[in-house]
Design a protein around this ligand. Structure first.
Ligand SMILES: NC(=O)c1ccc[n+]([C@@H]2O[C@H](COP(=O)([O-])OP(=O)(O)OC[C@H]3O[C@@H](n4cnc5c(N)ncnc54)[C@H](OP(=O)(O)O)[C@@H]3O)[C@@H](O)[C@H]2O)c1
Length: 242
């Protein structure tokens, strides 16, 4: 029987690579995105052209509580049951500590933590027994970094959420794991100035940014290997502060 995966932020970067990897493995897909409908249509078409799976993209900005209702209604109306849910969408905030205002801080926490928790609460009965929940964490949630306080703290919270959820998901026979990527070549990183990218590369033992596909492979492994539960897999090419 075919399986279905819901992937938030599934139309670009790491989420897109996860979507392609799961499509390759026979999963029907529901992808969410926040604003770029053209990119969403492109990935939907590309997957339809390449794999014999069903795929759809829903505009559902995870900074908005209405998106929880929207996703849940989409699943209810089509009577979709899920086997995999990937909470991948996240936002950051780059203002300095001194200039950070509460509303912006709150928005990062809403998108990165509150949204997945309350979406999960809403759709838990639509996740099949034996299913898997996955979160995209970050190296920044393990090794504090000076670029965004709210991002680092919410990614640490993502890792804590994975571990705390195990107990709550066990009665549903659902596993939960996370992946903590280092620096990965997506739009998020490609927009950084060349000098900053070089500084980062110099701190990575392998001397390069990771590829979205290298991260997606770990997500698939966490679903396929059914003894992983409550784990955060760090994948960073051997990053260390120098
Ligand atoms: N790239 C890295 O180096 C790196 C490292 C560690 C962790 N991560 C984590 O990996 C995840 C994906 O990052 P990425 O680098 O792949 O980003 P990306 O290439 O910028 O792709 C982001 C994806 O998420 C969607 N998205 C963005 N904001 C959203 C929102 N508010 N609501 C719903 N969807 C939203 C985007 O849709 P639109 O285009 O429509 O906005 C797009 O599909 C994030 O959780 C990030 O924290 C990334």
């Amino acid at each position: 029987m075919s399986k279905t995966a819901l992937i938030t932020g599934g139309t670009k970067g790491i989420g897109r690579a996860i979507a392609e990897t799961f499509a390759q493995n026979g999963y029907n897909l529901i992808l969410t995105y926040s604003s770029d409908s053209k990119a969403a249509q492109n990935i939907v078409q590309e997957i339809k052209n390449t794999y014999t799976v069903e795929v759809d993209a829903i505009k559902a900005d995870s900074t908005q509580s209405a998106s929880i209702y929207h996703i849940n209604t989409y699943l209810q109306d089509r009577d979709v049951f899920l086997d995999v849910v990937v909470f991948n969408a996240a936002i950051t905030l780059r203002s300095s500590f001194e200039d950070t205002i509460f509303e912006d801080w709150d928005r990062v926490f809403y998108a990165n933590i509150h949204f997945p928790v309350f979406l999960l609460q809403k759709i838990i009965n639509r996740i099949n027994r034996g299913g898997s929940i996955l979160f995209t964490g970050s190296l920044m949630g393990i090794q504090p970094h000076g670029t965004s306080l709210s991002y680092g703290v919410t990614k640490s919270a993502t890792h804590a959420l994975v571990k705390n959820l195990v107990k709550y998901l066990t009665p549903y026979d659902i596993r939960v794991n996370g992946v903590a990527p280092g620096f990965i070549d997506t739009d998020w990183q490609l927009t950084k100035p060349a000098e900053i990218r070089r500084n980062i590369e110099n701190k990575i033992a392998l001397g390069r940014f990771g590829l979205p596909q290298e991260i997606a492979d770990v997500f698939l492994m966490l679903v396929d290997n059914q003894y992983f539960n409550g784990e955060i897999v760090k994948i960073d090419g051997g990053y260390s502060y120098k």
